[in-house]
Design a binder for this molecule. Structure first.
Ligand code: ADP
Ligand code: MG
Length: 236
């Protein structure tokens, strides 16, 4: 297993997005784990969409990414694959606490993300939880403290980080801000700033949105480090 991990890291290191993008067509072309490939395969995900081709290889190299592409272009896998692979590379287990945080504007979208995560993470051992404010916060708290990946709305994630004593964030590897434009339109700027304030600055940040407003650019400027900006305007 150690060997497989070393090999995976070597493949990522040797992967050159500029050159290798030309031959990138299927998920099996990516330097990702067999576990994730199996999950993708069983969910019938075979070929990458444009935004996935342009962002996943860069995100696998642990760079910050700001990805813009219209609704329906496949942004969910564009961040979920790098998230799952980051946990694998960093050998995160259930004892390591919070390693990835995925912020989504609505409960419905958070549920959708969670469902895709459950599919592609099926063969991995880390835990994932959904925090959207639908349930009693006290009930959530106990579970949340044991999760490696949390998916949730800005308000509830912010509330947990503020209130949870012993909610360890020092192992956090990746922050995802999904549908950042909608989050800002819905008035979640304060909550997002609060979430970021709780996280180690060394993390990787992946920001995705359907549109590029000035407020999204401002958020990117404040939350990302030397981001690669990727926009896909054509179909797929
Ligand atoms: P976005 O977040 O950009 O609006 P989603 O990630 O929700 O888009 O994906 C839109 C639809 O496309 C979903 O039904 C999803 O299952 C499907 N999809 C995403 N990526 C792929 C892919 N590589 N191959 C086939 N279907 C995909
Ligand atoms: Mg989406």
């Amino acid at each position: 297993e150690e060997k497989a991990l070393a090999k995976l890291k070597e493949r990522i290191e040797q992967y050159d997005p500029a050159v290798d993008e030309k031959s990138l067509s299927q998920f099996s072309d990516l330097p990702i784990s067999q576990e994730t490939l199996q999950g993708l395969n069983e969910a019938s995900f075979v070929s990458l969409t444009d935004i996935q081709k342009k962002t996943i290889p860069i995100a696998l190299k642990e760079e910050d990414v700001m990805g813009t592409a219209k609704t329906g272009s496949g942004k969910t896998l564009a961040f979920l694959i790098p998230v799952v692979e980051s946990l694998i590379r960093n050998q995160i287990t259930e004892h390591d606490g919070l390693a990835a945080l995925i912020v989504s504007p609505t409960r419905e979208l958070a549920v959708q993300i969670f469902e895709v995560l459950a599919k592609i993470g099926k063969y991995n051992s880390f835990s994932a939880g959904l925090v959207t404010g639908g349930k009693d916060v006290k009930y959530e708290k106990e579970r949340v403290s044991r999760m490696n990946i949390l998916v949730g709305t800005p308000g509830r994630i912010s509330q947990h980080l503020n209130e949870a004593v012993g909610m360890e964030t020092s192992n956090l590897q990746v922050l995802v801000l999904d549908e950042a434009d909608r989050c800002l339109d819905m008035g979640f700027k304060k909550q997002i700033d609060n979430i970021i304030g709780h996280l180690p600055p060394t993390r990787q940040t992946l920001l995705f949105s359907a549109t590029q407003s000035d407020s999204v650019k401002d958020l990117a400027r404040l939350s990302l480090t030397n981001p690669k900006r990727i926009g896909v305007s054509s179909d797929s």
